[in-house]
Design a binder for this molecule. Structure first.
Ligand SMILES: [Zn+2]
Length: 337
């Protein structure tokens, strides 16, 4: 439990743990710019679209946040892709720190020399990303080849789906800086919520109350909290009309008890913070369309995924943060700054 809390805190957007570990010397704009340059460069050399490289990199960064012990962060790393020593230098290679491309190849290690300095260096961003590009190209360049390569590396259909989702988000916006958030309700609307994590049953039949209930009237707009993709949309006996969004930190944003959805929104659609996705209601706890069994509210939950399983964490501190940020933005807009 404590572990989950720590991991949840590690996900304090916009800075992910990998970047936090690299210190305060570079701001995130610089990191995004340098990272994008690397994706563009290796994308051009390899012919792999930059957003596919970005998606794999971001997915592996999310794995690192969820499994920090198994995947130690490199200092000053720009790239989140992780190769263990054995993966890099090859099984049976007596030199675990081998950087010689010839002996690495002899032991069928993955490591390649991308930047042409004669060394295949596990701590060199260019070499790491080139190694990934080389691996992908080994399968071919079609969408199906990509899926096969990803399956070979991550051994899990869900993980492959995540990476394809991330790629679509990056492709839609054309940039890496997609970690801003928004409060799920318009801050001008009338609402109330408290931090009730694990304390109560909550409304709408959540056995273990995994989320925060935001009380508001019927029809108050419900908005996307993130840059992400619509992963789930429809009826669930407990959640009623519910919708789930996946963001680039591999966090699932879950909204329940809506009175309805924005009809134009489909599973697979890309959303950005503040985009209206539905309206507050009291649906759920019965057959499709059941409503009014409890006061209208938005149930909001957050779930993290470590590539193997998914668990919920307390959204309350994040809601507080996003609410504050929305207020600041509104103030800035008003003052014309
Ligand atoms: Zn609830």
């Amino acid at each position: 439990m404590l572990c989950a809390v720590l991991l949840a805190l590690a996900w304090t957007a916009p800075v992910s743990a990998a970047q936090t570990a690299q210190g305060e010397t570079k701001d995130m704009n610089t990191v995004f710019a340098e990272r994008k340059r690397l994706f563009d460069e290796i994308g051009q050399i390899s012919g792999i679209p930059w957003y596919n490289l970005a998606a794999i990199d971001q997915f592996e960064r999310s794995l690192t946040i969820a499994n920090p012990k198994k995947r130690p962060t490199r200092k000053n790393a720009l790239i989140g892709i992780y190769y263990s020593e054995v993966e890099w230098t090859g099984f049976g290679n007596p030199n675990e720190a081998d950087t010689d491309p010839a002996t690495i190849a002899l032991f069928a290690g993955r490591g390649t020399d991308g930047d042409g300095d004669g060394r295949a260096d596990r701590t060199n961003d260019f070499d790491v990303l080139s190694t990934m590009a080389t691996f992908l190209l080994g399968y071919g360049t079609t969408e199906n080849d990509l899926k096969l390569a990803l399956w070979e590396r991550y051994r899990n259909v869900r993980n492959v789906d995540r990476i394809l989702q991330f790629a679509r988000i990056y492709a839609a916006f054309g940039r890496l800086d997609l970690h801003d958030h928004a409060f799920p309700l318009p801050i001008k609307s009338t609402y109330s919520y408290r931090g009730t994590w694990g304390a109560s049953r909550g409304w709408g039949g959540h056995r273990i109350h995994e989320g925060t209930d935001l009380f508001a009237n019927y029809g108050v707009p419900v908005r996307s909290t993130c840059y992400g993709v619509v992963e789930v949309k429809g009826w669930n006996p407990y959640g009623g009309w519910r919708i789930g969004l996946r963001d680039l930190n591999n966090v699932y944003h879950y909204y329940a008890h809506l009175s309805g959805f924005d009809k134009s929104l489909k599973v697979g659609d890309i959303v950005k913070p503040g985009r209206v996705i539905g309206w507050v209601g009291s649906s759920g706890y019965g057959k499709p369309g059941t409503s009014g069994k409890f006061p209208p509210h938005l149930h909001f939950g957050l779930y993290r995924d470590n590539g193997m399983r998914e668990w919920s964490f307390d959204p309350y501190p994040y809601l507080k943060k996003w609410e504050r940020e929305d207020r600041l933005r509104a103030m800035k807009n008003k003052s014309g700054a």
